[in-house]
Design a protein around this ligand. Structure first.
Ligand SMILES: *Cc1c(COP(=O)(O)O)cnc(C)c1O
Length: 355
């Protein structure tokens, strides 16, 4: 199916001239580089960081392409997924005019980024079991609706979203459908990247922040058509991924076995946490999870949250969020951490709430 992105773009982006450097013209690795005002002697640190990094991260994309079964030209790398989210707003959404559709309860950054870019958000809540309402979503679309953000597995609920519903949005919505798969590594659900050939309006986001354990490096991935990736590349800050990050992740990618072992441990610990919490009478509901956290409903959630902080145990209080009333979101920790959490929870209830 042919899909023309150009009418969706903000008009001034269509002809925008991106930043260029002399290295766009000379791509060799050897030479005397007197073009970028770098320090020729090296760095003040032991390791050298004196040269600007590859703006398009080609070596890294080559390796990511192999493990994700996409082409390097279908990959955009951002300073966290959050950079990709922001760039999508800047490329497609005219401030004060266009709108995007959000499906709460969901990841908070879509709304923050919309706000920063002065873009209206239309909210179509998920069902009580955190699934899409495709009819209502499609009804909310108008001529200025540019993006629908779907998060699957969803944060903060943890469930995976019905595939058929997402496919329907891809078929029937003429704007962009972003599928945020930050937690896909913890799920048995195949990635939506397998549908990239079918849908020019699909953009899939993943990240190195969760399963890969590299949150501090800030590296997010977006997978989409070559045309869409070109647009993101044209408007991104030229050197958005540091050389240190590129090198570190390049080495990390060779350790797929280690990632898989950590994922297996996390899944096992998730089920340990679920089993231990379901033994506690006061726990009202533990939502199904395809992610590395559990959404748990307990009475007095906000107070329990505060009491946990007193014990230096920090969880995420989602109790004021629509459809997550009285819920805490608990990231899966190590066995020691999970045991400490369960002990603290028991103690708080026995001492304060007497259930
Ligand atoms: C954690 C998370 C991300 C990752 O963001 P980074 O900027 O890549 O660290 C993206 N989307 C969702 C839904 C998340 O929960």
């Amino acid at each position: 199916m042919k899909f023309d992105l150009t009418p969706l773009l903000r008009p001034h982006i269509v002809n925008l001239l991106p930043y260029t450097s002399a290295r766009d013209e000379y791509t060799g690795k050897d030479g005397i580089f007197l073009d970028a005002n770098e320090n020729p002697y090296g760095s003040v640190t032991d390791a050298d960081h004196n040269r600007y990094p590859d703006p398009y991260q080609l070596d890294l994309k080559e390796e990511i392409a192999k493990i994700k079964r996409v082409k390097p030209s279908q990959i955009f790398l951002g300073n966290g997924s959050d950079e990709a989210i922001d760039l999508l707003f800047r490329a497609f959404c005219n401030p004060g005019k266009d709108n995007v559709i959000l499906l709460p309860p969901t990841y908070g950054m879509y709304e923050v980024s919309a706000g920063i870019n002065d873009v209206e958000t239309r909210k179509i809540p998920l069902t009580p079991d955190f699934q899409l309402q495709p009819d209502l979503i499609l009804k909310a679309v108008d001529a200025n609706t540019k993006i629908i953000f779907v998060c699957s597995p969803n944060n903060p609920s943890g469930n995976k979203v019905n595939r058929e519903d997402i496919l329907r949005l891809l078929r029937e919505f003429k704007g962009l459908v972003v599928v945020d798969e930050a937690y896909i590594d913890f799920s048995d659900e195949p990635s939506f990247t397998t549908h990239m050939g079918e849908f020019g309006n699909l953009l899939v986001m993943q990240t190195f922040s969760k399963a890969w354990g590299l949150a501090s490096l800030r590296l997010g991935m977006a997978f989409a058509s070559k045309k869409m990736i070109k647009i993101l590349n044209r408007i991104k800050p030229p050197y958005n991924i540091s050389g240190l990050t590129q090198e570190t992740v390049l080495a990390a990618i060779q350790k797929v076995d280690k990632v898989n072992a950590m994922i297996a441990d996390i899944l096992q610990e998730r089920e340990y946490l679920r089993a231990e919490m379901s033994k506690l009478d006061f726990v009202q509901k533990i939502h199904p999870s395809h992610a590395n956290f559990l959404l748990v409903q307990i009475p007095n959630a906000s107070h329990v949250y505060d009491d946990l902080i007193e014990e230096k145990i920090i969880v995420r209080n989602r109790s004021k969020v629509q459809l997550c009333e009285e819920c805490l979101r608990i990231s899966v920790g190590t066995r020691t951490e999970n045991e400490a959490f369960i002990q603290a929870l028991k103690k708080i209830y026995e001492e304060s709430y007497n259930l």
